[in-house]
Design a protein around this ligand. Structure first.
Ligand SMILES: NC(=O)c1ccc[n+]([C@@H]2O[C@H](COP(=O)([O-])OP(=O)(O)OC[C@H]3O[C@@H](n4cnc5c(N)ncnc54)[C@H](O)[C@@H]3O)[C@@H](O)[C@H]2O)c1
Length: 315
């Protein structure tokens, strides 16, 4: 199958590229390398016949023709301005990449005659503040995003319906929980696992904002990539949560990772960040029914793999 991955040099995208190549698919990547890196594609670039990298910015209308020419059957759209705080500081820039850039991808997929687009949405932001009684949150929950980033993800979800109705371009939107694992940037804002991993291995103190009782739904990157691969042929016309349904507090995450890294020091506590969600978890029931998907990696296994990866890079 001919596939195209936007954001394929990033953390999740490059892991998806490796999986698609391992399954024998042809993969084109579009990425501007703004947060992604060619180092993430070292293995992929060895597959010279099956893999092509295009250095391009989704904000450019040229991307429409580029996608049309490559004639992918399935487009995996993961490229994004993925930092919530940047979206608050620079909402117009966020919309240029995440809304206008996504429209260029949709237009390209339509012109290419692609059968399907699989979109990386965000379960942590599209639903907004969820009442504790509604956790883990289901896809039927109203969408009230509280950041420009969340608005952009919601709006692209709406455009996907429009393209399905107007142009018969099939879609699945995956609402991802907090993804973690090898290749996650420890300097990004979302990657608490990689920030802890980098600090623990350097024996630097880890900082927890607030009292550490805030919870997140941590899902391992290989499990997430499995959901993308399944969504190439399943879950059409749906928004599908990709999470574990389990809340893990930041304090518990620290305890698990510190013990695996052989660190006994306590974390440092700093004032809570304004606007941070207190609790978050996604109900993965729809993914089980429509994608046949379940997360299989425990937080202990996944964080151990992240620590091994960071250790191998620093060693
Ligand atoms: N990591 C998470 O926990 C998480 C959670 C929910 C949703 N998501 C979504 O999943 C997707 C992948 O996230 P990630 O964590 O791998 O982030 P990432 O920053 O590693 O990957 C994003 C990729 O998009 C590329 N990119 C950014 N702007 C671009 C542009 N204008 N043109 C072309 N390429 C551009 C970057 O260079 C990078 O390679 C994003 O859409 C993100 O919003 C991630």
């Amino acid at each position: 199958m001919n596939t195209l991955v936007t954001g394929g040099a990033g953390f999740i995208g490059s892991t998806l590229v490796d999986r698609l190549l391992a399954e024998g698919h042809h993969v084109d990547v579009i990425d501007d390398l703004s947060t992604g890196s060619l180092a993430n594609l070292t293995e992929a670039r060895r597959a010279t016949k099956e893999f092509t990298f295009h250095h391009a910015d989704l904000r450019s209308p040229d991307v429409v023709d580029l996608i049309a020419r490559r004639r992918p059957e399935v487009v995996f759209h993961l490229a994004a301005q993925a930092d919530v705080r940047v979206s608050v500081a620079r909402p117009a820039f966020d919309a240029e990449v995440n809304v206008v850039g996504s429209l260029h991808v949709l237009e390209g997929a339509r012109s290419a005659g692609a059968a399907k687009i699989v979109f990386a949405s965000s379960g942590g932001t599209i639903y907004g503040a969820v009442e504790p009684s509604h956790l883990p949150v289901k896809e039927s929950h109203p969408q009230r995003p509280l950041s420009p980033y969340g608005v952009a993800k919601k709006v692209v979800g709406d455009y996907l319906y429009v393209y399905r109705e107007l142009h018969e371009l099939e879609f699945t939107a995956l609402a991802l929980a907090n993804v973690f694992g090898p290749r996650q940037d420890p300097f990004g804002e979302a990657g608490v696992v990689s920030i802890f991993a980098a600090n623990l291995l350097e024996r630097r103190p880890c900082t927890i904002y607030g009292d550490g009782a805030q919870t997140r739904d941590f899902v391992y990157v290989d499990d997430v990539v499995d959901a993308f691969a399944r969504a190439a042929t399943r879950g059409s016309g749906l928004l599908v949560n990709i999470g574990t349904g389990v809340e893990t507090s930041v304090n518990d995450l620290y305890a698990t990772m510190a013990s695996a890294a052989g660190v006994t020091a306590r974390p440092k506590y700093a004032p809570a960040r304004a606007g941070e969600l207190l609790r978050s978890a996604l109900d993965p029931g729809r993914a089980a029914i429509h994608l046949g998907w379940k997360p299989w990696t425990s937080i202990e296994e996944g964080t151990a793999a992240a620590l091994r990866w960071f250790r191998s890079r620093s060693g």
